[in-house]
Design a protein around this ligand. Structure first.
Ligand code: FES
Length: 165
């Protein structure tokens, strides 16, 4: 005989909704609302959680900049990091005392994520070592293959909110 969870797994959501109504749809979820860091759209690494210094809800990443994965890495203008290795599919760049920009970490040229070798503060460009192309960080000027797309960010003290779009 099936227990309630197995039953819901087998029939969710259509049948359960038809029999029991909307309240049972929530019981069909494989994760609770308290789960964090289990979404990892295209990134590598651990996928987040408190141990990684960020949580994920849909496409929104809430990042604790005091966590060791980030602390000291984005303090000064021109500091940058690729979040791919810790499960955030984005580049980060400190552009002022009150702003950290987020960018896709997919190179516009051949769509690689992990070949970013540097950010040149003088030219304002990220450098992809795969083929030596560089990409302006202004969110509008194209490099070879296109513009390095920006994501929305909000910096509030030591919390950075990144929305992947
Ligand atoms: S993949 Fe980045 S320069 Fe070619």
């Amino acid at each position: 005989m099936k227990n309630r969870r197995d039953f819901l797994k087998d029939v969710c959501p259509t049948v359960a909704f038809a029999f029991f109504g909307i309240s049972f749809l929530e019981a069909c979820s494989s994760e609770s609302d308290d789960d964090v860091g289990t979404t990892n759209p295209g990134g590598g690494g651990s996928g987040g959680g408190e141990a990684s210094g960020f949580s994920v809800s849909g496409n929104v990443y809430t990042i604790n900049l005091t966590h060791s994965n980030f602390a000291g890495k984005l303090n000064s203008v021109g500091d940058w990091m690729n979040g791919n290795s810790i499960g955030i599919p984005a580049l980060f760049l400190r552009i002022s005392s009150s702003e950290i920009n987020g960018y896709t970490n997919v190179c516009p040229h051949n769509k690689l994520r992990n070949s970013w070798s540097d950010y040149d503060l003088t030219t304002g460009k990220f450098i992809c070592s795969a083929h030596g192309n560089s990409y302006p960080s202004d969110c509008t000027t194209a490099g070879n293959g296109g513009v390095l797309k920006c994501f929305d960010t909000i910096l509030n003290n030591n919390t950075l909110i990144l929305t992947i779009s």
